[in-house]
Design a protein around this ligand. Structure first.
Ligand code: NAD
Length: 321
């Protein structure tokens, strides 16, 4: 049989943003009195090899695009908070990110909020989350300062735009109208914000976690500007198969090397994207999917750098006011 599907690599999608980012970095450097490149500081306080390689890779990408990058290793986790506060106060630092997990519990969520929102390149600050969940795009009433979006969900939106799942013939804010998307992950970092973002753009989203399945929509008519959530039931094979076979797009993010999404649940011609570090799809995915994106990390880092530029621009605008 002929396989009609195509694999699209994250590097191909990331390339679309490189030029825009590099040009903006140059403009910022020119505008600055000291001509300093924007500085991103990464905090590494664990000995996780995945975090180590992510850090190396952030550094490489930063430098290749004209940013400065500094990795600060914190040997004793208990000193991380102080070090973040120091970076918050340091005018030479433009962006801050922390390689999680650090404590691997709720303390990590506390640490996320210690990063000043003016320097939070990952978009994890509560204010940014709340704006996203409420479909608020600006930080100020005059709409001059754009809000930041969490970088992994944002990367998935940009990937869906690249794959033309977003229909540009429809008005902005409704470009996923009529599309059904299944998201296999409902973490606070990726899955839940992603479901909300896609629902805010008009999609029907089946949000699947280990326990149950929920449906996110924007609600009927113009009354609702933000997403609505409905419980559909437990995550049982019959329900999972039903919602997935109904989906035009399937996005997987299960953090387990053993998990494989059943190929027979994929609708013929669906778009399939995996953002998990692990390969969640079987090799025969291409016999069903029209477009398959096996990993997304390279697009995420582009969004992180784009967020950083936006933060620098927001700070410039605030200084002028
Ligand atoms: P997490 O552990 O916080 O959340 C995992 C989610 O998957 C939970 O909602 C859980 O209920 C769900 N889940 C687990 N097993 C399931 C199953 N069998 N069926 C349905 N749902 C199931 O993890 P996370 O922070 O969301 O990260 C998930 C993965 O994504 C990791 O592999 C991580 O490395 C990767 N990740 C990638 C990027 C990127 O840019 N590509 C960014 C962040 C995280």
């Amino acid at each position: 049989s002929t396989v009609a599907g195509r694999t699209i690599l994250a590097s191909t999608i990331a390339k679309c943003y490189n030029q825009e980012i590099e040009e903006k970095v140059k403009e910022i450097i020119q505008r600055r009195e000291n001509h300093a490149a924007p500085l991103l500081v990464g905090f590494l306080a664990n000995d996780d090899p995945a975090a180590e390689s992510y850090a190396k890779w952030t550094e490489k990408t930063c430098k290749s695009m004209g940013f400065n990058y500094e990795l600060r290793r914190i040997a004793n986790k208990d000193f991380l908070e102080e070090s973040i506060i120091e970076a918050n106060r340091d005018d030479a630092v433009d962006g801050i990110m922390v390689y999680f997990p650090v404590f691997g519990n709720a303390q990590d969520q506390y640490l996320q909020q210690v990063v000043s929102m003016e320097k939070d390149v990952e978009g994890l600050n509560h204010v940014y989350y709340q704006n996203m969940y409420h479909n608020i795009r600006y930080l100020d009433e005059n709409k001059t300062l754009k809000s930041i979006l969490p970088c992994t969900p944002l990367a998935l939106v940009k990937i869906l735009e690249f794959l033309k799942v977003y229909n540009v013939l429809l008005p902005e804010g409704n470009r996923l109208y009529g599309k059904k998307v299944a998201v296999i992950n409902r973490s606070e970092i990726v899955g839940r914000p992603l479901a909300a973002l896609l629902a805010n753009d008009g999609a029907t989203v089946y949000s699947v976690d280990i326990d149950n399945i929920q449906k996110f929509t924007r609600g009927e008519g113009l009354k609702f500007s933000k997403h609505q959530v409905q419980d559909l039931g437990d995550n049982e094979p019959v329900l999972l198969e039903k919602v997935c076979k109904d989906a035009d797009v399937i996005i997987t993010g299960v953090p387990s090397p053993n998990y494989k999404f059943p190929t027979e649940y994929i609708k013929e011609g669906a778009v399939v994207i995996n953002f998990s570090f692990h390969k969640n799809l079987n090799d025969d995915v291409k016999e069903k999917a029209s477009l398959y994106v096996p990993s997304t990390g390279k697009v995420t880092i582009c969004m992180l750098l784009r967020n950083m530029l936006r933060l620098v621009e927001n700070r410039e605008k605030l200084k002028q006011q």
